[in-house]
Every structure is written in structure tokens, then in C-alpha cells.
Ligand binder design. Structure first.
Ligand code: GLU
Length: 297
């Protein structure tokens, strides 16, 4: 493991609801990793999805709750909704490299294709795109684009592998050095008509732009890291180290984020929990693989 100094981590919440204990764990972990290395911890608001996240009141409330919890961040707060020019530039670069293709599939077509491939008529959890539009004839693509058929832009991961091979990335926790095999990653969406960039593209562009060299985040995003490593490769961006932390769970092992309302900082404050108590609950959960001893009424 070779940490680059100064270490820069970040907390990057999507403001789709109230700040909850799972957020506190993620923020506290990013802060802790910055502090033990004498580094900086940045705050980035991932508010790209206009349907789910653009309510300024939600962001404001999140910021207030973070402040009430005593969590501090360094530098300016970055909002992804203000960074769309940078995402467009990255998309243009990938398009010029011949790595993107338009996908005209609806959600139900993607699901049907996936279920057909795996003969799971009742829907395998977490189905992924099977590549239906990857091989459309160029004249058909032109015709659909000219007619204004709604589409997303996907990255062709097989071509990505031709360009960058199979690079490695490193998790500073128990996972160690991992190999990214782009062709086995999904051809993820990088932009949609209603969203200028997807999570995957924005996160990679922003981590590089903000100089984040240690990405601390929940292990639910572990599957996304090879995709991000592949994007860093084709965009020629610096490759950060990663630290994937355990997610907050209740005593029976169920993810607490499934009960976001009950675990929101506002709700817990109303129940009389102090900041110190909530911090302690999260701290001891971190030491206990995410298991949390919160007893909710
Ligand atoms: N915005 C994402 C979330 O709230 C986290 C992104 C990341 O850490 O890469 O789950």
C-alpha cells in the first residue's frame, strides 16, 4: 500500500432523503481516515438526479444535521449539479475514443433480456444490461438518433478492455490488491436524456478533480469500484486507493438504511438521543462489523 500525501478523503452523500445513521458512519469513517494521516476530508453533494435530489431544503437540512453531529469538512462544498460541463467534456472524450454507444432500450426490455438469458422468470435480483444495443447497425443508430428516439449513452466495456487491459486497484482494508476485468463489468449508463451524467461518470471525474486519493465508502459500492477503475483508465485519471467500510446493521444483521426514516438524525433527536450517544453508537458499530446496538421504539 502506498498512501499519497497529503491524504484527501471525501464524504459524498446523495441528498435523496434525511441524513441517517448510515451517513454518519460513512462521514465519520472518511473523517477518521483523513485525520489519522493528517489529511483533508471534503464534502461533495451528489445531487445530479433532478427527480430525486434537487430539493434545496433537503440539502440544507443535511448540512444542518451534519453540523449538529459535529462533523466538519475541509474546503468548499462541491455540488455535482454545478459540475455538468466537466462531465460533458469527459463524455465527449469517451465518444471520440469510440467507447460509447446509444442505448434505446426501455427498463422493461432490459429486464426481459436479462431474465431471458438467465431463465429467471421472476426476476433475478440486481439484473444487469445484456448488451442489446452494443451491436446495432450504424445506419439504424443514425436513423433513431435523427428521429430523436430517447436514449442513454453506455460504455462498451469490451472495447475499454482492448484499450487499457486489466488494471489493478487497491483496497487498504482486508481486500488488498484487486484486478479489474473491464469486459466482465456491465456496460453501465454514463448519461441519460434526463441526467447529464450518471453516478459512475460523475464520481470518477470529481474524485480526480478534487484530488481525492483515498476513497472511503460503504461496501455496497464494492461492485462499482472495478467500473470506476476502468473509467479512470480510459480517461487517464489518477487512481485513488479505496477503503470499503461495513454497512450499518441492526442486531439481526439487517441493513439499517432500509429503515431510513426511523434512523434519521432528526427522528433520533426527537426521541432524545444526544450527539454523543449517536456518535458512540456509530463508533461501536464500526468496531463491530457494522452491527449496531440501537434499540428503536
Ligand atoms: N453518493 C453515494 C451515496 O450516497 C456515494 C458515492 C460514493 O461514495 O462513491 O451512496
Amino acid at each position: 500500500m502506498s498512501l499519497c500525501f497529503p491524504v484527501t478523503t471525501r464524504f459524498a452523500p446523495t441528498p435523496s432523503g434525511e441524513l441517517h445513521l448510515g451517513h454518519i458512519l460513512a462521514a465519520q469513517e472518511a473523517r477518521r481516515l483523513a485525520d489519522i494521516h493528517g489529511g483533508r476530508c471534503l464534502l461533495r453533494i451528489e445531487d445530479l438526479d433532478a427527480n430525486r435530489t434537487r430539493d434545496p431544503a433537503v440539502v440544507q437540512q443535511m448540512l444542518e444535521d451534519l453540523a449538529w453531529m459535529g462533523l466538519r469538512f475541509d474546503g468548499e462544498i462541491v455540488r455535482q449539479s454545478e459540475r455538468t460541463i466537466a462531465y460533458s467534456a469527459a463524455l465527449d472524450k469517451l465518444r471520440t475514443m469510440g467507447l460509447l454507444y446509444p442505448c434505446f432500450c426501455s427498463r422493461s426490455e432490459i429486464r426481459a433480456e436479462w431474465e431471458g438469458m438467465f431463465r429467471a422468470p421472476h426476476g433475478a435480483p440486481g439484473y444487469r444490461y445484456g448488451g442489446r444495443c452494443r451491436t446495432l447497425p450504424p445506419d439504424l443508430i443514425e436513423e433513431k438518433l435523427a428521429r430523436g428516439v430517447p436514449h442513454a449513452w453506455r460504455i462498451n466495456m469490451r472495447r475499454v478492455q482492448d484499450v487499457i487491459g486489466c488494471p489493478t486497484w487497491e483496497d487498504i482494508g482486508s481486500k488488498g490488491v484487486q484486478r479489474c476485468v473491464p469486459a466482465s463489468c456491465e456496460d453501465v449508463v454514463l448519461a441519460r436524456k434526463d441526467a447529464p451524467a450518471s453516478y459512475h461518470l460523475a464520481v470518477v471525474v470529481d474524485d480526480a478533480w478534487q484530488g481525492v486519493n483515498l476513497v472511503s465508502r460503504g461496501e455496497d459500492l464494492l461492485e462499482s469500484t472495478p467500473v470506476h477503475r476502468a473509467l479512470q483508465g480510459v480517461l487517464a485519471l489518477p487512481v485513488p486507493l479505496y477503503a470499503h467500510h461495513a454497512l450499518l446493521r441492526d442486531a439481526s444483521g439487517r441493513r439499517l438504511s432500509k429503515r431510513e426514516q426511523a434512523c434519521s438524525i432528526r427522528a433520533l433527536r426527537k426521541l432524545g438521543f444526544s450527539r454523543q450517544q449517536l456518535m458512540e453508537i456509530v463508533r461501536s458499530a464500526t468496531k463491530n462489523g457494522g452491527r449496531c446496538c440501537l434499540h428503536l421504539p
